[in-house]
Design a protein around this ligand. Structure first.
Ligand code: HEC
Ligand SMILES: [Ca+2]
Length: 486
């Protein structure tokens, strides 16, 4: 819940700081939930379930094909002949856009509440579309685990947000003492010790990569990347690979990102959230709201997109990101994907490409946390569209491509974890589009999702805190879950 509350503060604060948005709409923006109650509920019902006017929850639409533009047009121009008044005089285009988001959000929540997704207790067999599986607890005794990776001998490295790096043996038994030599982290709100990644060539070079919120002056902080080697129970040979200039650090305790991806060609990618400073995401002289790319030793690749731009942060690979906490590279095409938290509504999956602008905060499919509009713009020239987006937000946290052999039907699928919605989803991406299956729901917040060396899917859960893994189970007639594609 910390995420929601602090993001509310950041969202409204940054709106006031954005003169562009203010200039467009000098009148105070309306809370569309209140407009619904005051104006729309009398005909469509207080819960949107319909009264003398139709329901918004049943996926049956009379205007156009029921897409966002058709709904917006119905609200703006009305359908006067059939009893829907025109609201273009009462509501601005931005407010109408927020109303459409609010309708989608309410319908999405109603659908989720009514659906019978599996909430598997430990070791209960779930029959999903393609495989039966069960969820086994592997490591207990961790506190707010954030990142997870494997050493070649099967041991697990686990970051705890509070600042400790923990080691567990291949059976999941946690070493009582945290690993020594981890840098001091700024552990507040969403900040702390973040991701851990074992270099794919660890057996030869011994490098372990860590990211964390680094304390700056006057209670500011920014995401930093280091690498080190593990000797016994301590980190040695610590090297700082990415540290932005002190003047770019930001106060506030939201949106640090981050995940690591190695491309196997000598580069490492990582993401940093916009730190609650929305417009920074569009500014390449700032490190926040970006995906970065460095050489594995921290030097800047010569073919990075902004190396020749004066004042730019040279490690920037792409910009206009809000808070990307999931990053993954396709195992055969090498394409890079991120998932990022939207505001209220508008979580995104993006194909991340060199030098491109992913639009935040100029375009978004979400609205402000208080129900007021961010903007009516969901697209703009020179800005990339997400591959898909989620309204309501599910709070997308981590992604990985399934490459193991334990679940052959899932090979090449994108596995996605979420915090607020507490879901594990499986996405099939084809030329025809993206289909999604909710594999399970409601057994804790999924912070990190990692493909284990044994072909199982490992998940770092918060609340309750633990590491668990998804393993195949013989299909059984019992406890079949009504999992539905979305
Ligand atoms: C006086 C009653 C009334 C009020 C007030 C009203 N609506 Fe409607 N609305 C209707 C009726 C009736 C329809 C169905 C029109 C049709 O069948 O062509 C409708 C249709 C719609 C549609 C199109 C639905 C579809 O199936 O395509 C949307 C969207 C909508 N209303 C939103 C709103 C919003 C938002 C408000 C408040 C700002 C609102 N309505 C207020 C009566 C009302
Ligand atoms: Ca975007």
């Amino acid at each position: 819940m910390l995420l929601r509350l602090s993001a509310l503060v950041a969202g409204t604060g940054a709106l006031v700081a954005a003169p562009l948005l203010l200039a467009q709409a000098p009148a105070p923006k309306k809370d569309v939930a209140k407009v619904w109650t005051d104006v729309c509920a009398s005909c469509h019902g207080p819960t949107m379930a319909g009264a003398q006017a139709p329901s918004m929850l049943d996926d049956v639409w009379v205007s156009g094909n029921g897409d966002d533009a058709s709904l917006a047009a119905a609200i703006k121009n009305g359908r006067v002949a059939t009893g829907m008044p025109a609201f273009g005089g009462l509501l601005s285009d931005e407010e109408i856009r927020a109303m459409v988001v609010y309708i989608r959000e309410t319908a999405g929540k109603a659908k989720a509440a009514g659906a019978g997704y599996a909430a598997p207790a430990a070791n209960v067999v779930v029959q999903s579309q393609k495989h039966a599986f069960k969820l086994e607890t592997v490591v207990e005794g961790v506190t707010a685990p954030w990142g997870l990776d494997f050493l070649p001998d099967g041991r697990m490295l686990i970051t705890e947000k509070g600042g400790a790096l923990r080691l567990a043996d291949a059976k999941g038994v946690l070493a009582p003492e945290p690993v020594q030599g981890v840098p001091a982290v700024w552990s507040k709100g969403q900040g702390g010790l973040l991701d851990v990644a074992v270099h794919p060539g660890y057996a030869k070079n011994g490098w372990i990569y860590l990211s964390y919120s680094d304390p700056g002056e006057n209670d500011s902080a920014m995401t930093v990347v280091v690498r080190a080697k593990l000797k016994g129970n301590a980190l040695t040979d610590l090297q700082t690979l990415f540290k932005a200039p002190a003047a770019t650090y930001r106060t506030g305790n939201v949106h640090f990102g981050t995940r690591f991806v190695f491309d196997g060609k000598g580069h490492v990618y990582f993401s940093i959230g916009e730190r609650g400073q929305q417009l920074d995401a569009q500014d390449v002289t700032r490190p926040n709201g970006k995906v970065h790319r460095i050489n594995e030793d921290g030097s800047i690749p010569k073919d990075n997109p902004f190396v020749d731009k004066a004042d730019a942060i040279k490690s920037i690979w792409s910009y206009g990101h809000r808070n990307p906490q999931g990053l993954a590279m396709h195992p055969t095409t090498g394409a890079l994907y991120d998932v990022e938290h939207g505001p209220r509504g508008g979580d995104e999956l993006n194909l991340v490409e060199k030098g491109k602008n992913y639009g935040w905060p100029v375009i978004t499919y979400g609205m402000n946390y208080n129900g007021t509009p961010m903007t009516d713009k969901t697209a703009a020239p020179g800005m990339e569209q997400p591959l898909t987006y989620w309204v309501p937000s599910i709070a997308v946290s981590s992604i990985g491509f399934y490459t193991g052999t334990k679940f052959p039907g899932w090979k090449g699928n994108l596995i996605l974890g979420s915090l607020a919605a507490q879901e594990l989803r499986r996405l099939e991406m084809t030329d025809a589009g993206i289909t999604q299956e909710v594999l399970f729901k409601n057994v804790g917040r999924l912070r990190d999702v990692v493909m284990g060396p044994d072909g199982a899917i490992y998940i770092a859960f918060n609340q309750p805190d633990r590491i668990a893994r998804l393993v195949p189970a013989p299909a059984s007639g019992t406890a079949a879950a009504a999992n539905q594609p979305k």
